[in-house]
Design a protein around this ligand. Structure first.
Ligand code: PAF
Length: 288
């Protein structure tokens, strides 16, 4: 099927075959290719990833696919914002191709394969969303195998996801360079997220304090306070802000996401949080 170039200015491929033929045409000219996997509802965070890989590859493909397999049945799959026309407009002049398959193309009748990782998937998000990373790993592997890019980039806001993808790519010898893009923040420091649109004004105000508490907790650990003590104080502050539930506030080894058994960071460390306010679950992280 020819590329859909009528509806949006950035051409849209809907099938693996169309994506592959566009990539093959670039490869024939010795051009390099970067992939930016997204679920759409694009914001400045996504666009910063596109801008970053633009400086590293000749061609940029942005995939837009709300992946059903990474949502649990009680999660927001059907409510997740779907804004393809607005996304395509934001990508004008930035991306060379949008890859927007439908679920039947990605998961045809009889689809039976799941990529699941142990270790890095188990703590933090893995405790609260036990099927999430298998859905992410499987769809990301499929997107990479379909596009065969030189580079794929993921936002550091989903830090654990980035570590899971790096692990999968290393374990399966997938020939792609995985880059992480820095977290983009609103003026008050709230990490940009497609889910921020769910917040009421009062929730939005409290949400803007999450990063402040994260930073204070990271600073107190760097100043020598033990991790359990500092995170306990941080957790109390988050709940006092009006968050309904704190799933975790933890400091972990940055790459393996293992705990520091002595209660003090002994190498690169990351503080990570997930907390629910109203109907919205927010995550954030930063280096310690
Ligand atoms: O981070 C996301 O938007 C998604 O988890 C991803 C990587 C596009 C896979 O569906």
């Amino acid at each position: 099927m020819p590329l859909d170039t009528t509806s949006h200015k950035v051409p849209v491929a809907r099938s693996a075959a169309d994506l592959r033929s566009a990539v093959a045409a670039w490869r024939a000219k010795d051009e390099t290719v970067a992939l930016v996997p997204t679920m759409g509802a694009l914001h400045e965070g996504h666009l910063s990833l596109v801008d970053l890989v633009r400086t590293k590859a000749n061609r940029v493909v942005v995939s837009i696919f709300v992946n059903p397999t990474q949502f649990a049945p009680h999660e927001d799959f059907s409510a997740y914002p779907r804004t393809e026309a607005a996304d395509a407009a934001k990508l004008e002049g930035k991306a060379d191709l949008i890859f927007a398959p439908d679920a039947a193309d990605m998961y045809p009748e009889g689809f039976s394969t799941t990529i699941s990782l142990s270790g890095v998937t188990e703590p933090l998000e893995g405790q609260f969303r036990p099927t999430h990373f298998a859905g992410v790993a499987t769809v990301v592997a499929k997107l990479i195998l379909r596009a065969m890019p030189d580079i794929a980039i993921f936002g550091e806001k989903d830090w654990q996801q980035l570590m899971v993808i790096r692990r999968m790519v290393a374990d399966l010898d997938i020939p792609v360079e995985i880059l992480g893009g820095p977290i983009m923040r609103e003026a008050d420091g709230l990490a940009m997220s497609s889910r921020n649109v769910y917040l009421t004004p009062a929730e939005r105000a409290a949400a803007g304090q999450l990063n402040v508490i994260l930073k204070e907790t990271a600073i107190s650990i760097s100043a020598g306070i033990l991790i359990p003590e500092a995170t306990k104080a941080g957790a109390a502050k988050i709940l006092a802000l009006g968050f309904d539930k704190l799933d975790y506030l933890e400091v972990r080894e940055a790459a393996s996401l293992k705990e520091f058994p002595t209660g003090r960071p002994t190498g690169p460390a990351r503080i990570l949080v997930a907390a629910k306010i109203g109907k919205t679950r927010l995550i954030d992280n930063m280096p310690v």
